[in-house]
Design a protein around this ligand. Sequence first.
Ligand code: HEM
Ligand SMILES: Nc1nc2c(c(=O)[nH]1)N[C@H]1C(S)=C(S)[C@@H](COP(=O)(O)O)O[C@H]1N2
Ligand SMILES: [Mo]
Length: 421
Amino acid sequence: MYEARRALASPARTPRMAVVIGRLLGVAFVVCFGTGLYSHFLQEPLPWMRFPTRPALLYQVSQGTHIVAGIACFPLLLAKLYIVFPDLFQHPPVRSFLHLLERASIALFVGASLVQITIGLLNTYQWYPWPFPFRQVHYALGWVLVGLLVLHIGIKLPIIARFWSARGGAEPGAADATDVTDGADVTDAADAEAVRLWGSRRPSGVTGRLLAYIDATPPARSTVSRRGFLTTVGIASAAAVGLTAGQTFAPLDALNVFGPRKKGVGQQGVPVNRTAEMARVTASATAAGWALTLANGGVERSFSRAELEAMPQTEVELPIACVEGWSQLAVWRGVRLMDLADLVGADADASFRLTSLEQRGSFRQTEMGPEYVREPLTLVALELNGETLDLQHGYPARMIAPGRPGVLQTKWLSRIEAITA
Ligand code: HEM
Ligand SMILES: Nc1nc2c(c(=O)[nH]1)N[C@H]1C(S)=C(S)[C@@H](COP(=O)(O)O)O[C@H]1N2
Ligand SMILES: [Mo]
């Protein structure tokens, strides 16, 4: 076992490097969890929850950050696994019950992390090759991962504290001692350290002395240097992030080669996720008799598109910000929702339910809290970027409100009703 570990030795495989990469990975996980929770509760709010409607770009930024930090997890997690790889083969594999628990928590942590980032990434490409519902599983795994992260930090706290700063391992006798891979000066104290930190040590006796001699000689073929390793991880992370972040952050748009959507590509310069054909609304959305029904208790009023056009119009600049991370700023024009709410005498604190012409599909009906209903930027949009709303973008009328995920920006509206508790 010791020989195997030695064969895997590399200057990049040190506790210090594990801490350096681990810190970045930890930050990325926490950022993903925080922004993920925000996205979750926007879509499934607890009854008392209210959300900020400004800045209007809030969700675009938070979900864009989720995807960017999520994508950065790929190179970082691979780097981390590379660093601790020899440590995954400890001998004996299980030393005690506590050790078994520690090993099991690591196995679960690694496995769950890989599943989480993989299904997340595939989801952004709208590829669902698994038989379980993505959101529920991704949400549950988020909690599992945060729990395991806390446990992991707790267990590794001595190493983390010791190697937190660059000078940490460099105290006399400590640096080489803890660095199982560095060869030179491996003493018995060093072995003890190696066991404590990495859980493996040299055998005793003649073999041990022989290995000590080999240890003292630098490895024949030089493996990855620390600097080389960090540079590689840095370039990989920058590439993964830089080549996709443009789907959210406009200045990077030119570099967006891997993101599933491009800014400006689609009808009226805005990408389309689900088309009218997919939603099977082509006939109903273009029917001459279309009308939008506003309801509040027993009060109901219907408006044709011409009647909506005759009402006071407002122009706003708001993004479509998809849960999958892409977003697109656009100019919308239409009737303020609060004006329509007043026409049916809705209470100021009433929530609304929006229903699409779509007959099936998870976005057929959505709900909206009073903070969005009473927000002057919230429109029943009739125009997009200076033209009549394209059928693909929700003609005859669609919802557009600030700070909400794209899934809640209901297209092909048919009915808007106050929810009476
Ligand atoms: C440790 C890493 C991650 C954590 C802790 C995490 C956590 C979460 C959470 C809690 C949600 C909310 C789920 C819900 O609405 O119920 C979420 C949503 C989402 N995450 Fe992650 N995530 C991680 C990594 C990733 C990665 C790597 C990607 C893609 C590159 C990704 C893509 C998504 C997407 C697309 C959603 C929106 C789902 C939807 O509303 O339909 N996540 N994430
Ligand atoms: N009725 C209905 N509205 C919908 C959807 C849908 O499938 N059906 N898709 C939503 C999603 S996921 C997004 S991101 C936005 C995209 O709006 P766009 O196609 O105008 O860009 O519409 C939302 N509104
Ligand atoms: Mo979306």
